[in-house]
Ligand binder design. Structure first.
Ligand code: PLP
Length: 409
């Protein structure tokens, strides 16, 4: 069943059964296979470890595992989820650089030994739990050209690397590689290659300071999840490839991994929301503030400002549910229909719970449905219960197509 068929069938069922018409997401599981093919073609040397935080629905994780994708987990619960679908511990990177000791213990007890760190206290906590951990040093690349900057929270500067290398040696902990995240929505193609070059310098420093097991480079996430982007995946991959071949050629023996999240999930899910209420609002036909060039515009013959009918539409899903990225201003969401003007609000009492200030829509009635594409990343999993509006259910389609697929890279 295609996404369109799943949307239509579900809406038909709602109509037939006179059901309430809660919002719902449709997940196209075949999308993961398509993205995997794309990944293997353009990043053949890099094994993807899907960032579970991006969308942790079990069918999504299973579909990715079927494609041969490994997993990046950030907490005990994510580890539990991924292990519960039969993932081997050595197919997981525990990529949170600042973990609670109980989470470190859970990882080690379950055989997950590959984990990141970026500070001395983390080394001490890991040391207190086990000497078996294999550590990736999370470094701080230049993410100034990214929309979503991870560097304000995580990653160690080059000048602080020697201290961490020394402490790890003193604690007899094994550093096996380097990780970084260039941030999301980067507008600099150089950011990726520069981060790889920085990682090379850290590898050299580590090897010189007696860490002789340096064998993994983790290039993190930040790959776009749709083609509506300034920096297409293929350009980023090309930039990485060049830098990886220069700094970590195949003969270096360094294993390359990545932690893509939205690359896989973003375009896999489509959201359907219902208009639950509307309010008519008259607005000046041409706003003086937006068009100061022609003050006559929008006036009637008698000089009165012409008014146009617009609507505030209230839908049953908002910033506290699947529109989290819109809430934190890291994404915009556009409903599919295009025509006249409207303003779309989420269901809660939060006055900032709106998704579209001015968007072009035909005149909608209460009970009409809107469709938002590319709603798979950081949506369902960040959805809250605020104001009693529960996370949307997910309908899965095209699952059967995924089963035969295996990762070849
Ligand atoms: N790896 C880490 C450590 C992250 O924190 C994140 C996102 O927060 C990701 C990977 C996934 O990033 P993206 O969805 O931009 O690929």
């Amino acid at each position: 069943m295609s996404v369109e068929e799943a949307l239509a069938t579900h809406l038909e069922d709602i109509g037939k059964n006179n059901a309430d018409g809660d919002p719902f997401l449709v997940a196209d599981l075949a999308h993961f296979r398509r993205q995997q093919r794309r990944w293997s073609k353009h990043m053949p040397r890099v094994h993807p470890y899907y960032a579970v935080k991006c969308n942790s629905a079990l069918p999504v994780l299973r579909a990715l595992a079927e494609c041969g994708v490994n997993f990046d987990c950030a907490s005990k619960e994510e580890l539990r989820l991924v292990l519960s679908i039969g993932t081997r511990p050595d197919q997981i990177v525990f990529s949170h650089p600042a973990k609670d000791t109980s989470h470190i213990r859970y990882a080690i007890e379950n055989g997950v030994t590959l984990m990141t760190f970026d500070n001395v206290d983390e080394l001490r906590k890991i040391h207190a739990v086990s000497r078996d951990a294999r550590l990736l040093l999370r470094i701080l690349p230049d993410d100034s050209k990214s929309l979503y900057k991870h560097g304000i929270k995580f990653g160690v500067k080059l000048e602080d690397v020697p201290c961490l290398l020394k402490t790890a040696r003193e604690l007899s902990l094994s550093i096996v590689g380097v990780s970084f995240h260039v941030g999301g929505g980067s507008t600099s193609i150089d950011a990726f290659a520069d981060a790889v070059r920085l990682a090379r310098r850290v590898f050299d420093l580590a090897e010189r300071s007696g860490h002789h097991d340096m064998s993994i480079l983790d290039i993190g996430g930040g790959f776009p999840g749709s083609d509506v982007t300034l920096m297409p995946f293929e350009s980023i991959a090309a930039s990485f490839q060049t830098a990886l071949n220069e700094c970590f050629p195949p003969e270096s023996g360094v294993r390359l991994i990545a932690e893509p999240g939205r690359f896989y999930a973003e375009s896999a899910l489509t959201l359907a929301v219902k208009v639950v209420s509307r309010r008519e609002v008259m607005r000046p036909a041409v706003s003086a503030s937006t068009d100061s060039r022609n003050t006559e515009a929008g006036c009637n013959a008698d000089g009165a400002v012409a008014q146009r009918r617009t609507f505030k539409y209230y839908v049953n899903e908002g910033l506290h549910n699947s529109f989290h990225l819109v809430a934190v201003k890291l994404a915009t969401a556009t409903p599919r229909l295009l025509s006249l003007g409207g303003h779309i609000w989420g269901p809660t009492c939060n006055p900032n719970d709106w998704m579209n200030q001015q968007c072009m829509l035909p005149e909608l009635q209460v009970g009409d449905w809107l469709r938002y594409d590319r709603m798979g990343a950081y949506s369902a999993c960040t959805s809250s219960h605020f104001n009693g509006f529960l996370p949307s259910r997910i309908i899965y389609c095209r699952a059967f197509e995924v089963r035969a697929v295996r990762f070849s890279g």
